[in-house]
Write a protein that binds this ligand. Structure first.
Ligand code: ALG
Ligand code: ZN
Ligand code: ZN
Length: 323
């Protein structure tokens, strides 16, 4: 995809002129959406965490990731791209959602995402808990039809209900599959690990359209093999990438609500994302950053770099980066 206008994109505030610790935090010190004519990619915060099963706090995720993203720089050598120069990226602020009513919040996220999609080609949402992936997928489906979902997470998130509630952070991909939002032949979880409720969780998950690269598979066969598998599974389907930060080991991302031991390093996750630069990425989210449990901004820095790598993979380029 080419940049939307002939004019040069407005990039981040120059850190050699205004120190990067000064000024109001937009993502990567980029302009706000209302300061540009049109964006190719909009970053949007979704400060919602009323769908969690354990520790709350992901409602503060968007602000934390923006704060940690002050350190990002314009050129990404790992993908040989200027993610903010090759396309206009802008910060759309947060979607205001009702913290007391999950069903209404989900409608508000979908409406907010649909409106933004008409101003910006693609959205990169920062959560918020994983509940928000459902309305975001509904908005993406309205534009593209069923999409391949590449889901990085310790958890399946294809469970049915919690306390009778169908819309929670443990259920978005079951609902999405039931609603026909996802391509059942091209969707995949990466990084799954840890205790389940029953063996049948895995059978249900397969029936709902997902194949799985577990954390153990990564340990045993390495990242290159995982990349081969996920690229083969996705093919050339329109691709939605959903990244639960708890896919990383708690050593790399302690600031999250349902941490699980035995996870990925940030280096492994970033490498897998770089291998998607030649795919048709139609949208993405990064969720479950809960700053109250973070230390030294570890989780914030990891999440902001994950966002940077996704934006780099979305950037138009003449030579696709292939692993
Ligand atoms: N999406 C996240 N982070 N966690 C889902 C875990 C749901 C459970 O506790 O069963
Ligand atoms: Zn998770
Ligand atoms: Zn999740």
């Amino acid at each position: 995809m080419q940049p939307s206008s002939e004019s040069t994109p407005i990039g981040p505030v120059d850190a050699s002129v205004v120190p990067r610790f000064a000024g109001i935090a937009t993502f990567a010190r980029l302009p706000r959406l209302d300061q540009v004519e049109r964006a190719d990619v909009a970053i949007v915060g979704v400060p919602f965490d009323s769908g969690v099963s354990y520790r709350p706090g992901a409602r503060f995720g968007p602000a934390h990731v923006r704060e940690a993203s002050r350190l990002l720089r314009p050129y990404n050598p790992a993908q040989d791209v200027f993610p903010f120069g090759a396309q206009q990226v802008a910060d759309a602020g947060d979607i205001a959602v009702n913290p007391f009513d999950i069903a209404e919040a989900v409608r508000q996220v979908e409406a907010g995402a649909r409106e933004l999609q008409s101003n910006a080609g693609r959205l990169l949402a920062i959560g918020g808990d994983h509940t928000i992936a459902l309305p975001l997928l509904r908005a993406v489906h309205a534009q593209h039809g069923p999409v391949a979902v590449l889901h990085f997470d310790a958890h399946l998130d294809t469970w049915d209900t919690y306390f009778g509630a169908p819309t929670t952070h443990g259920t978005p991909f079951r609902r999405a599959s039931e609603e026909g939002l996802i391509d059942l032949t091209a969707s995949m979880h990466v990084g799954i690990r840890g205790p389940l409720y029953a063996k049948s969780d895995l059978e249900d998950d397969e029936r709902l359209g997902f194949s799985i690269i577990t954390s153990e598979y990564l340990e045993e066969h390495g990242v290159a093999s995982a990349i081969e598998r996920l690229r083969a599974r996705i093919g050339d389907a329109p691709l939605y990438i959903s990244i639960d930060i708890d896919v990383l080991d708690p050593a790399h991302a302690p600031g999250t609500g349902t941490p699980e031991a035995g996870g990925l390093t940030s280096r492994e996750l970033l490498r897998m994302l770089r291998a998607l630069a030649d795919r048709n990425i139609v949208g993405a989210d990064i969720v479950e950053v809960a700053p109250a449990y973070d230390h030294a901004q570890l989780t914030g820095v990891a999440a902001s770099h994950v966002a940077y790598e996704l934006l780099s993979a979305m950037a138009p380029r003449s030579t696709p980066v292939v692993e």
